[in-house]
Write a new protein. Structure first.
Length: 279
């Protein structure tokens, strides 16, 4: 029911303002898509930072980003008490991640919050979540075979968002939609170590045996706990998506710069964090 309600309310619609049908005036209710449309180019020309959740965040002086436009995701809220400030925008898309963190996401204060409409069942009817619609340009065969085929990139976040095997790809589409330029990446280590070596792409349960290698992939040892389920990434598909994002940004005269310490992602231009944000 929650998902159906969110799907119905994605577009603007007409409702009755009152209980009596004959006498009640009609009321136009803005949908999520209209709100997303209102954000288009709202940050045009401002620089922004996408904060991923890699272990290099522990080596990044994030306090320097307090007055910057920031986009975070998934378990990034665990850092808010330490930082003393929240991100500007928060994103979640993966169903398992969202179910795992839904209570914390709903009670989170500070960021504008966005979630895939397919995750509406994880939230209460009156939550303050703004929903977006996702599509995929990959077939199940592409995903199973990890074929590095080109995906699409949405420049209209209010209409649909294209999946790219990682929430970072969604954040790049959102950053483009609101007009950020340049877009800096931090915590995007793109290094999954033994996790991607021992497990094929897909969902796995965290156990006593594998929690050590899971902890190597994130900024906090408390990011996950035993019994949680996580996704092992499709690295080749992620890289195909990042290459598409780079081409779209470049064709629009925009720039994506990777400031992540010790990153293994070579697709975007790299710079040192301290050269951009004075420490």
């Amino acid at each position: 029911m929650k998902r159906r309600k969110a799907e119905r309310e994605f577009f603007s619609h007409i409702a009755l303002k009152g209980r009596k049908i004959k006498s009640a005036p009609l009321l136009r209710i803005s949908g999520h898509s209209e709100y997303l449309r209102s954000l288009k180019n709202s940050r045009l020309g401002e620089r922004g930072v996408i904060i991923a959740n890699g272990p290099s965040l522990k080596e990044t002086p994030l306090h320097r980003l307090k007055d910057e436009v920031t986009v975070g995701c998934n378990g990034i809220y665990q850092l808010f008490p330490e930082l003393g400030f929240p991100v500007t925008y928060y994103m979640t898309e993966d169903k398992v991640q969202t179910e795992l963190r839904s209570r914390e996401i709903e009670t989170m204060r500070g960021p504008l919050k966005f979630a895939a409409i397919s995750n509406a069942d994880s939230f209460s009817f009156d939550s303050d979540i703004n929903y977006f619609q996702t599509v995929s340009s990959w077939t199940n065969e592409d995903i199973e075979n990890q074929q590095p085929v080109e995906t699409a990139f949405s420049t209209n976040f209010d209409q649909f968002v294209v999946l790219g095997g990682t929430i970072t790809y969604i954040m790049l589409q959102f950053a483009y939609h609101i007009g950020l330029n340049p877009v800096y990446l931090v915590g995007l280590d793109h290094s999954y170590g033994r996790l991607s070596q021992l497990y094929p792409p897909g969902k796995i349960e965290i156990t006593y045996e594998n929690i050590g290698i899971v902890r190597e992939c994130h900024f906090s040892e408390e990011y996950y706990k035993i019994g949680d389920r996580i996704g092992v990434p499709h690295v080749a598909l992620q890289e195909a998506a990042y290459k598409k994002a780079k081409r779209v940004y470049q064709s629009a005269g925009r720039e994506i710069v990777n400031l992540s310490a010790k990153t293994q992602l070579d697709i975007f231009q790299k710079k040192e964090f301290s050269k951009v944000f004075d420490v």
